[in-house]
Write a protein of this length. Structure first.
Length: 306
């Protein structure tokens, strides 16, 4: 990445905040401008507190610690001083054991483990057994995902846009798995619609499994845990030691973007809330970001928009 000039980060959600924070550790923070259209940071992440003090997550309610992304997130949390606020959810925790999906006008309990009986029998709201769904994935043609070699207009258009999470899981495991299981998970993790989110962007590892092995199940079986970096914070090491399934924050997930926002201001980053980006124009000398009647000029732009 170029190290000179002014950087403009468009979007004050968690992606834009994380990008600005990482960048501020590499260059002079005063050369960074972050603009956000609303009057608060965090994007989809929002926590409301009731009059009795109860917390309600209006967006993502927890974070998974697995993989390189999971470790990077915990490192970020540690770096901004929130390690003591992390609320671990272990595999034995009731939160992890008692999971329900509201579908077909009723609450449906999900299995706490995948024993032979739970694998063979279809459980509401799913229309087929998990074994049947797994076999569908295993017996699908190898490499059925869209590739650059696809030449049909529809294939090229879909590849450019990115196959949705819903389309991918419907194709590989069945529409019921995608509709009831995956869609519910996506609501909890991304606070988004699985039909609108790109699988390759959200789950690049799953995309790679299909491309490499022709099967998500085979990819899972061959997956090896990502190594923990030698210089990682203790918080990054705890999930494997303690068997975390997920984690949250004692003051709600919104405390994460708020803490990053505070850290950016303390470092000297120019954060402009209530500044709606209307157009980004590349010029011969750099970039112009049009915000209402104002034009912000810079040399580089990072777009962190929905």
């Amino acid at each position: 990445m170029a190290s000179s000039g002014r950087f403009i980060v468009v979007g004050g959600g968690i992606s834009g905040l994380a990008a600005a924070l990482r960048l501020s550790g590499r260059i002079d923070p005063s050369r960074i401008i972050l603009i956000e259209g609303s009057t608060s940071v965090g994007g989809w992440i929002r926590t409301d507190r009731s009059s009795t003090g109860a917390l309600f997550e209006c967006g993502p309610r927890s974070v998974r610690p697995q993989g390189e992304a999971g470790m990077a997130t915990l490192q970020l949390v540690s770096d901004i001083g929130l390690a003591d606020s992390v609320l671990p959810i272990t595999r034995s925790h009731s939160y992890a054991q008692r999971r329900y999906i509201y579908a077909k006008t009723s609450m449906n309990a999900l299995p706490t483990s995948f024993s032979l009986s739970t694998m063979l029998k279809a459980q509401a709201p799913f229309e087929r057994s998990f074994l049947s769904a797994g076999l569908k994935d295993l017996t699908s043609f190898r490499g059925t995902g869209l590739k650059l070699s696809d030449s049909s207009p529809d294939a090229v258009k879909t590849l450019a846009q990115g196959e949705s999470i819903d389309s991918f899981f419907s194709r590989r495991f069945g529409e019921d798995i995608a509709r009831y299981g995956v869609a519910a998970m996506i609501r909890g993790v991304y606070a988004g619609d699985s039909k609108m989110l790109c699988l390759r962007s959200c789950f690049p590892l799953i995309y790679d499994w299909e491309q490499k092995y022709g099967s998500v199940v085979l990819g899972m079986m061959r997956m090896k845990p990502a190594p923990v970096p030698k210089d990682a914070a203790e918080l990054v090491r705890r999930p494997r030691k303690e068997g975390w399934r997920a984690w949250s924050l004692t003051e709600g997930m919104a405390s994460l973007p708020l803490a990053i926002h505070k850290e950016l201001l303390e470092r000297g980053v120019d954060v402009r809330l209530g500044t709606m980006c209307e157009k980004v124009e590349m010029t011969g000398q750099g970039v112009q970001v049009h915000c209402g009647g104002d034009v912000i000029e810079g040399d580089h732009v990072i777009a962190a928009l929905p």
